[in-house]
Design a protein around this ligand. Sequence first.
Ligand code: CTP
Length: 408
Amino acid sequence: MNGSRILLVVSGGIAAYKAPELLRALRRAGHSVRCVMTEAARAFVAPLVLQTLSGSPVRSALLDTSEEGQIGHIELAEWAEQVLVAPATASFLARMANGLADDLPSTVLLATRAPVLVAPAMNLNMWEHPATRANLTTLRARGVEVVGPDEGELACGFEGPGRMSAPEAIVAHLALLLGPSSLAGERVVVTAGGTREPLDAVRVLGNRSSGKMGYALAAEAARRGATVRLISAPTSLPTPAGVEREDVETALEMRAAVHAAAADASIVLMCAAVADFRPANPVARKIKKEKLDSQDELDAPLDITLQRNPDILAELCRERSSSARFVVGFAAESHDLLAAARRKLARKGCDLLVANDISRRDAGFDSDDNAVLLLTPDGEVDALPLLPKPVLAARILDRVEKMRGARA
Ligand code: CTP
């Protein structure tokens, strides 16, 4: 993974105790991290912890001759490709907004030319105070990015916005800022998960799709700068950073959501496992084993009549008036992968088909990895090896970008 040089600035609030966890998450994501902290932050987290985790000395004082000799504050400001202030207290935000340079962290922030992300953490009343709001408006106008704060129980006993975002959420937000901007200005629609078709008040017909591939595609498209709408059938996955998610349950709900969102989308990635059939007569109540007219159990097999669902992908490909919208279909096949995928590509009429063999034990449904074939209408077939789904998402979007580029 291509990491960046991140300067982590820790200011003095209770959330500073999460700084070591954040630092570890940054390192895990492949970044090099150097850390500076305010004097007040030293009361909440020991510099030695941050020094050990970052592998570099941690400084607070501006005028420390020995440390300044090793790496000066201007050098630190220049070294950083991205500055992250976490936690950012109300006081520190005020100093940033006013351009104060009265300690090492504030001086580095004034000297750096790197983009800055702040993760505020403070008491609810301080967060809502007009002074803090005005400071944030000033900082945003200067291009400072803000992640959080989250709502919840605050260390001061209050309940509301003020908690620093979780370290993973901060790292995910950074990934958005540091990503390429190859899809900036594009509107991307992604469908994910497996639809559920109700049978009665408690039962559904579903499938084994976990949604991981679609969520990875949505995350990658957002990282590349796209505005992403993720239309998701039920999954247990968290919404990727920077992605707008709409939850649906059935194929018909998904169809309505896709048609509405696709109207102004330039790329549609139909990753969801849409049920081809739904129970024709879903029962509003629970289907019981007792016979209706007696206390006897119903022994005969229960027949369920299924009705065809519309093929959303095929509809979308048919209705597009120009070739401006790029539509990607997915195919899950249990046998004759290549032949079945070729037929499906022709039948659906999409611009690219991603086909995977669900009979493989190490890939596909619910797995973290997948191996796929990419098929294009002109007969090209590209076999991608077994890859983690986020890597595969990047390879698929690389292909989409290349094909769109060639068209343009
Ligand atoms: N799809 C869809 N609407 C449906 C069924 C599938 O939009 N009612 C989309 C899926 O999102 C996927 C592609 O069509 O992008 C292929 O899905 P798949 O289930 O593999 O194919 P089917 O069309 O169901 O064909 P078959 O059942 O013959 O495999």
